[in-house]
Design a protein around this ligand. Structure first.
Ligand SMILES: *Cc1c(COP(=O)(O)O)cnc(C)c1O
Length: 373
């Protein structure tokens, strides 16, 4: 397996775009027509493969719908397409991506109820049941990439189902890297994108939808380009995208899916991400960095660390020194605490994490910061 050492680019410890394999990048070195038979076959294979990754199928009532754009476009596509005019959306929020979903709904004039809770803790399913009065749809994030906290989507899905509420899950940063049993979790819509755990390049996102929940939204679209039902109908009719697809990104994704299989599927990838994170946590603890999320609620996707409490520490300098050494980390996104983030997804291995840790040690030393505490 090739890693970042095969290229001259910096290693990305970010939650997407992320470091991809040379073979995934190589797969893009072609020009395929979007109406060409070969491209249509590849797009069909991808849709099929995505359903298989989620252990569902068209026969069991599921559809995979790619949507051009970044992950947010697919989130907006679901929210703006499937909520009926008199629908009511409950968004349970413990981070920036929950906030974003509530904002999308508000912009489309959808009746939206934001239910906020602590950013450093998982959502509490029991607290949700009290807020479902008149609610038709519920939105929750699986791995809140803001912190890396893991939300209990199976319990949330069960509560939604019990109340006859359609459940929309943003699994952007977890799908493909964390096992999700979408059917058992009673999810109706799951959204993820090409450039996260499947390790493709940016350019499109995708929605896995229960067909009956999708069709229930027919006629509710508030936008032409993000009309999810029309996008699905277009693909079903002739295998083609309605509007220009990101052909190169789709070729890369096709290869990325093959490599995910070769790694042992979601379980194999999850094992590597865990190994990356364990290496990271051991090294950061040695340097006395403090982790924001309790280990039992932490995903292997991204980890949040508090700034060292030292006057000579500034994030800008720390970031720049690591970048100069070939490592890109991620700023914090929290409202209350000063933190930075390190993602452990993408084509990176424990040896790459080890190299990052050495660069962190050296950077702290150069800054005159004794340790991460
Ligand atoms: C990455 C991400 C998104 C989408 O972000 P884009 O920048 O639009 O790709 C949405 N939700 C979560 C949880 C994410 O991690």
């Amino acid at each position: 397996m090739d890693g970042p050492s095969e290229s001259n680019d910096k290693t990305l410890f970010t939650p997407g775009p992320l470091t991809t394999s040379a073979s995934v990048k190589q797969a893009m070195l072609r020009d395929l027509g979007s109406r060409d038979g070969e491209f249509i076959a590849i797009a069909a294979e991808i849709r099929d493969h995505l359903l298989r990754l989620a252990a569902v199928s068209q026969d069991s009532g599921w559809e995979a719908i790619p949507v051009q754009g970044s992950g947010t476009f697919a989130i907006e596509s679901v929210i703006s397409s499937v909520l009926p005019p008199d629908g009511k959306l409950l968004v349970v929020i413990n981070g920036a991506y929950g906030e974003r979903a509530a904002r999308i709904a508000a912009i489309h004039g959808i009746n939206v109820i934001p239910l906020r809770s602590h950013e450093d803790r998982p959502l509490d399913p029991a607290a949700i049941a009290d807020h479902l009065d008149g609610v038709t749809h519920l939105f929750a994030v699986h791995c809140e990439t803001t912190t890396g906290v893991l939300n209990p989507i199976a319990e949330i899905g069960a509560i939604a189902r019990e109340h006859g509420v359609t459940c929309i899950i943003d699994a952007m940063s977890s799908f493909g890297g964390v096992p999700i049993d979408v059917d058992a979790a009673q999810i109706d819509f799951l959204v993820s994108s090409a450039n996260k755990c499947i390790e493709g390049v940016p350019g499109f996102a995708f929605v896995l939808a229960r067909r009956d929940a999708l069709l229930a939204g027919e006629g509710s679209a508030r936008s032409l380009s993000l009309d999810l039902v029309a996008q699905w109908r277009g693909l079903e009719a002739n295998g083609q995208f309605r509007f220009t697809p990101p052909t190169h990104a789709i070729l890369a994704f096709h290869q990325a899916l093959r490599e995910l299989d070769e790694e042992g599927g979601v379980a194999g990838r999850n094992a590597r991400y865990r190994a990356n994170q364990q290496k990271l946590l051991a090294g950061m603890r040695e340097m006395r960095f403090r982790q924001l999320i309790a280990p039992e609620h932490q995903t292997p996707i991204i980890t949040t660390f508090r700034y060292p409490d030292h006057p000579r520490f500034t994030f800008e300098t720390f970031y720049q020194r690591l970048s100069d050494k070939g490592f890109v980390i991620y700023p914090g996104k929290l409202s209350q605490a000063d933190c930075f983030r390190i993602a452990t997804i993408g084509r990176i291995f424990p040896a790459d994490v080890e190299a990052l840790l050495a660069a962190i040690r050296e950077s702290l030393d150069q800054m005159g910061v004794p340790d991460g505490s």
